[in-house]
Design a protein around this ligand. Structure first.
Ligand code: RB5
Length: 142
């Protein structure tokens, strides 16, 4: 189960991500926002982060205008490793090295085609399980 959230700046891209997940048969829960009305990204960052930390969802995807505010907010939640990615290299590396559990995207930064490739890379790349990366991730939490 993938937790989805966005503000108004990420609403259109989140809707494209929903269509994409449906086409791949990947289950998701949409925590809003549900329209283009101006709203505050920390609300949705917290909802998605809570769903991931509680184990209700295995990963999350957050979208705001830049991806910056919503990723900063998500990373305030203990246990969340939210990675703002603008290309597939970053998405692959953050899964392999950081075991990122939330992806952040900027709806005003990346086009839909690239964003969906980033989503696929993020969802399809396993954590490396390398000892050095496990040690560094533990260092984040401590
Ligand atoms: C909203 O205008 C915008 O500030 C927000 O979507 C995001 O880009 C914040 O980091």
């Amino acid at each position: 189960m993938i937790a989805l959230g966005c503000d108004h700046g990420g609403f259109e891209l989140k809707q494209e991500i929903i269509k994409h997940l449906e086409s791949r048969g990947i289950p998701y829960e949409d925590f809003g926002t549900y329209d283009n009305a101006s709203t505050d990204y920390p609300v949705y960052a917290r909802k998605v982060a809570a769903a991931v930390v509680d184990g209700k969802c295995e990963k999350g995807i957050l979208v705001c205008g830049t991806g910056i505010g919503i990723s900063i907010a998500a990373n305030k939640v203990k246990g969340i490793r939210c990675a703002l990615c603008t290309d597939c290299f970053m998405a692959e590396a953050t899964r392999l090295h950081n075991d990122a559990n939330v992806l952040a995207l900027g709806g005003r930064v990346v086009g839909v085609g690239l964003a969906l490739k980033i989503v696929d890379t993020f969802l399809d790349t396993p954590f490396s399980n390398d000892e050095r990366h496990i040690r560094r991730i533990k260092g984040i939490e401590d």
